[in-house]
Design a protein around this ligand. Structure first.
Ligand code: SF4
Length: 267
């Protein structure tokens, strides 16, 4: 029985066409495209044992998820059912960030800090917007904020994003590794190397608590996960050869300790 599920507030649609996604990674999520549909989905899944939800979806051209109208029902469902919400909001206004603080448990924030990454997402944004949003989240938003930094974008130096994100002392930093994805621009990109990813994982873990996120190329997993174990606190979907050495949870890898007990699968 699943304990954690994903919901997309936009189904499979997104106004952006990031070179490594083009809506590919949201298209398999269950859609909850109205407040009513969202409430019904959460209640139905919760009645089958689901206790946590990753609330994601496509962004608009400004890099925002339209989360505002869902916040009142999220707040109510949290109180009533005790469920946990992880949200991928992108950039938001200050009032939305403040409103999220008691409706959302964890913010997974794609920290799109470098020019190379902004270009890959086709965003009309600058690094300043992402720094301002991270500052706002840490000072006015939900208790747990987890900036995500992607490694492996061509001509990019993610170390500057890791250093900048760490300067805000977030609860955790999540490292993702770009997957050259069929049917997107990135299928022509070189696969990042294990050493390249590990260098950033080591840097991040020397500055801040770090997790290794679910986006990473399968061919790298066996070696990368084994070598990353020394440096990270959590690994999403670890390679099967390592599972015996780990505590296993059915949850997003950014879930804080205070919630973990409910999601434990095996010690
Ligand atoms: S904004 Fe998110 S969902 Fe949209 S294309 Fe980019 S990575 Fe995919």
């Amino acid at each position: 029985m699943r304990k954690f599920a994903t919901l997309s507030l936009t189904g499979g649609s997104c106004a952006l066409s990031c070179s490594y996604c083009s809506s590919h990674y949201i298209s398999s999520m269950e859609g909850a495209m109205s407040v009513d549909e969202f409430e019904k989905s959460v209640r139905r899944m919760n009645s089958h044992g689901v206790k946590g939800f990753l609330v994601s979806g496509g962004f608009d051209k400004e890099g925002s998820l339209h989360i505002r109208k869902y916040l009142p029902i999220m707040r109510r469902l949290k109180k009533e059912l005790g469920v946990v919400f992880n949200v991928h909001p992108g950039i938001q206004e200050r009032d939305v960030v403040e409103e999220m603080s008691d409706a959302v448990d964890i913010v997974d924030f794609e920290f799109t800090f470098t020019d190379a990454e902004i270009k890959e997402k086709g965003l009309r944004r600058s690094s300043v917007d992402y720094v301002k949003m991270l500052d706002l989240l840490v000072s006015r938003g939900p208790k747990y904020v987890v900036p995500h930094v992607m490694v492996g974008i061509p001509n990019d130096d993610p170390s500057v994003a890791i250093r900048e994100a760490s300067s805000f002392h977030p609860y955790m930093i999540n490292i993702l590794v770009m997957i050259p994805t069929k049917g997107t621009v990135s299928e022509r990109y070189d696969m990042p190397s294990v050493d390249q990813a590990l260098e950033m994982i080591k840097l991040s873990s020397s500055l801040n608590r770090t997790s290794l996120g679910c986006m990473r190329p399968f061919p790298l997993k066996k070696e990368l996960d084994a070598r990353a174990m020394e440096y990270v606190d959590r690994i999403a979907n670890p390679h099967p050869s390592l599972r015996e050495k780990m505590e296993i949870y059915d949850a997003c890898c950014s879930l804080p300790e205070e919630f973990l007990g409910e999601f434990k699968v095996r010690s």
